[in-house]
Structures are given as structure tokens and as C-alpha cells.
Design a protein around this ligand. Structure first.
Ligand code: HEM
Length: 402
């Protein structure tokens, strides 16, 4: 694996060399249009989204279909608001009994989520004439998978502890993970209530819930996090996502793994730093998200570029250096994070990333925990991992192949 000391094989290049730009151009136009377009390009199925006849763009009020090869909570362009829910299943007398409860809960969730994602509203609070534009995903946690002997990717496993973690078990983990996304909090609140009730009636209990949001961002541009930096720029294009985000050919092809971390951020301390120090901590410019080695936001950060005095342009402790796919043989994750606000003393990031193998997260987080310039300003407070199930075909139920 190429690492920092291996840089000798990468002769220093001048800052803003054309290499990063060429690489990026090869990555396709979707990235150039920002996360909305990039995530939309990951759909990879035949979802029937109604479009605006003139522009071909999705009509703003169009529902996003629930059914499809892959769950819309990963494939649809990122929406403004999210609500995550974790459910636990009761300890069962036998694997068969446990699987029956799981099947009942997944059937109840499928019915509720499919019913709220379009068509006639199942609840008068969702039905003011326009469809709810809900997207969702449902995933299975590693503990449940091993308890019931479920057919999940071999790579699905709980994350190891990382230095500096202060995890609250009551706000993390869970047998089932749901992520609901919509353009507004109202829809999420109503659907979360309907989904929780349906799951409870089928035998599950609510373990934790967490809501998050994005700033108002023009379509096709990258949203900012609460440190004020664009977050989600360097995401995989469609081809890279097939290799690194979705499962390999076989039963998990249309599934992926979600890594969720609730990360408290010391906003006052970080934003009080001079902007130039903030930019060196990230490795990108605050205003436009351009890497310190580039000229456009979607230029690839060139972690090998040096100043004439031999110092790296992107500092050794910069976040984009330590999280660079170049240190992981090109492996990539799809980040779709949200901000959260749990009162004046607790604001931060709901880090949500999708990848084929969560060992990638472990490698990146191990480097970040040790050296990232952001580390003194963040604290991981909750964590969860889940196998995001393939989508349900029309008339089908999530998790049929488990
Ligand atoms: C509160 C904590 C964090 C903040 C504020 C933060 C912020 C950022 C920012 C501003 C960027 C540059 C823009 C972009 O490409 O999206 C970035 C990139 C990235 N971050 Fe984070 N991040 C955080 C935590 C994490 C964690 C926990 C991981 C994984 C363990 C991670 C993985 C990455 C990756 C893979 C990239 C892209 C690197 C590249 O390809 O250039 N981040 N992050």
C-alpha cells in the first residue's frame, strides 16, 4: 500500500499540476456538477422518475419511487433533511423465531416506506396534493446478522474502537438501521412516526433516533458542514462506485455498507482559527473548496505536490491527505453527511458513508485519529454500521434474500 514514506516513488510535482485535473476529467461530467448530480448518477437502476418535459430534469414535485434494484436512500440526489432510526429486535427463542420477527418487521417497513414515497398519501398529514418526495434505506446491523445467521457480506462487522472515541452505546449500533431523507423536516417527522409504529407492531423497539440537515444549496453544488467547508466534493463517480461502493457481482451486488458516526465539532474553536490555518487543516480553500494544489473544486488534491522549499503543499496532517484514496490503493467511499444540532453544546456532523468494505473506514479513521489536524476539534460520540439491503422490486419485500 503506498504510504507517505513511499512518496519517493512520486517525484515532487509543482503545485496545481495538470495531473489532478486530467484525472478528474476522466472521472466524468457527473462529478463536475457536484454531489447532487454525482449521487444521482449512482442510481444504476430503472427507477421511473417523472421529469420536467422542457429541461429533462426531475420535476421538483415528483415523487422518488421506492421500488428499484437499489434503495433510493443511497441512489437519489442528497436531500436537505435526514432522520436516522435504529431498531432492536427482541432476543428470540430460536433462529427460526428470530427470522420470522425480522421478516415481519421488514414487511411492515417496506409497506410503510413504499406507501409514503408516492401515490395517495397514507396519512392525511402527508397529503396536501404533492407527493412526499421521501427516500429511504434500510440496513441490517452486524450483531443481528450473526445472531440469526443472515446472508450478508462477509466484510460486515462492528468497527473497532478508535483512539479518542467517546461513544454513547445508547445512541449507536442497533439491529436495523433506517435512514429517511426528504426536502423538509415535516415529512420526516411524520414518516418516522409511521415507520416506528409499524415496526413496533411487528415486534421491534426503537433504540435511538437522530435528525440532521443541510444548508440551502443550489442544485448540483456541494453543501457545507458547520466548519463552513464544502463537504462531499471528492466522491466517486459511477464507475468507481460500482467498484468500491456497491457489492461485487453476486447476491450483494445491489447492496452496500453504511458507516454512521455522530461527530461532535468544536465550532467556536475551529472557526476562531485564521482562515489560512483552517484551510491547511482541511487541505482545501474555505470559500470555494478548491484543493490547495488545484484551481477548481473538483481538481484531485495532489498530495505529492511540494513547494520549491520541499514542504508539501497539502500539509502532512491535512484532512484530505490522510483520507486520500491514494493511501488506500484507490479505494473510495461515498460520503453523504449531514449536520446536526442537539442544542447549543452539541453540534456537529452526522458522517454517513457508503462502501463495499467497511475496513476502508477503519483504515482511514485510524490515520485520522492519529494525525488529522481536525482531531483536536472533533469528538466521535456515536457509531453504527449496517448492510444496506438491495432494493425491493414492485410487489417485493426488503431483505427477501437474507
Ligand atoms: C467532523 C468530522 C469531519 C469533517 C468536518 C470533515 C470534513 C471534510 C472536508 C471539508 C473534506 C473536503 C471536501 C470533500 O472532498 O468532501 C473532506 C474530505 C474527506 N473526508 Fe472528511 N470530514 C470529517 C470526518 C471524516 C471521517 C470520520 C472520515 C472517514 C474516516 C472522512 C473521510 C473523508 C474522505 C474519504 C474525504 C475525501 C478525500 C479525497 O478523496 O480527497 N472524513 N472531509
Amino acid at each position: 500500500m503506498p504510504t507517505e514514506p513511499g512518496n519517493a516513488s512520486h517525484p515532487a510535482r509543482p503545485a496545481a499540476s495538470g495531473v489532478g485535473r486530467r484525472t478528474l476529467l476522466g472521472a466524468g461530467a457527473a462529478l463536475a456538477a457536484g454531489i447532487g448530480a454525482a449521487a444521482g448518477a449512482l442510481t444504476g437502476d430503472d427507477r421511473d422518475v417523472r421529469t420536467d418535459g422542457a429541461s429533462g430534469a426531475p420535476a421538483p414535485e415528483a415523487a422518488i419511487p421506492f421500488h428499484g434494484a437499489r434503495q433510493a436512500g443511497v441512489t437519489a440526489p442528497q436531500q436537505a433533511a435526514t432522520h436516522l432510526l435504529a431498531l432492536d429486535l427482541p432476543a428470540a427463542a430460536s433462529r427460526t423465531a428470530g427470522r420470522t420477527t425480522l421478516r415481519d418487521v421488514l414487511r411492515a417497513l417496506t409497506r410503510t416506506l413504499a406507501g409514503t414515497a408516492g401515490g395517495p398519501a397514507p396519512d392525511p398529514r402527508l397529503g396536501d396534493g404533492t407527493p412526499a418526495r421521501l427516500t429511504s434505506l434500510v440496513g441490517v446491523g452486524p450483531a443481528l446478522a450473526s445472531r440469526l445467521g443472515l446472508r450478508v457480506p462477509a466484510a460486515l462487522a462492528a468497527l473497532p474502537p478508535f483512539p479518542g472515541d467517546r461513544l454513547d452505546p445508547a445512541r449507536g449500533d442497533g439491529d436495523l438501521l433506517l435512514q429517511l431523507c426528504a426536502d423538509d423536516r415535516w415529512t420526516l417527522s411524520v414518516v418516522a412516526e409511521l415507520a416506528t409504529t409499524a415496526a413496533r407492531d411487528a415486534g421491534a423497539t426503537l433504540r435511538w433516533a437522530q435528525s440532521g440537515f443541510l444548508p440551502r444549496t443550489p442544485p448540483g453544488t456541494t453543501p457545507r458542514n458547520l466548519f463552513g467547508f464544502k463537504d462531499g466534493t471528492a466522491n466517486p463517480d459511477r464507475r468507481a462506485a460500482e467498484q468500491w461502493v456497491w457489492g461485487p457481482p453476486g447476491p450483494h451486488r445491489d447492496g452496500t455498507v453504511l458507516v454512521y458516526r455522530k461527530i461532535h465539532m468544536e465550532l467556536g474553536a475551529f472557526t476562531a482559527l485564521p482562515v489560512e490555518r483552517q484551510e491547511r487543516a482541511i487541505g482545501r480553500r474555505a470559500g470555494d473548496g478548491v484543493p490547495l494544489t488545484g484551481t477548481a473544486e473538483h481538481d484531485d488534491p495532489d498530495i505529492y505536490a511540494k513547494h520549491p522549499n520541499g514542504a508539501y503543499v497539502i500539509p502532512p496532517t491535512a484532512h484530505v491527505r490522510l483520507s486520500s484514496p491514494r493511501l488506500d490503493r484507490g479505494a473510495r467511499m461515498l460520503r453523504r453527511s449531514y449536520s446536526y444540532d442537539d442544542g447549543p453544546d452539541d453540534r456537529g456532523l452526522l458522517f454517513c458513508a457508503f462502501m463495499r468494505d467497511p475496513a476502508l473506514f477503519t483504515r482511514v479513521q485510524t490515520r485520522l485519529a492519529a494525525r488529522d489536524a481536525l482531531t483536536p476539534f472533533v469528538r466521535h460520540r456515536a457509531s453504527a454500521v449496517a448492510y444496506v439491503l438491495p432494493g425491493a422490486p414492485r410487489g417485493g419485500v426488503l431483505g427477501e434474500r437474507l
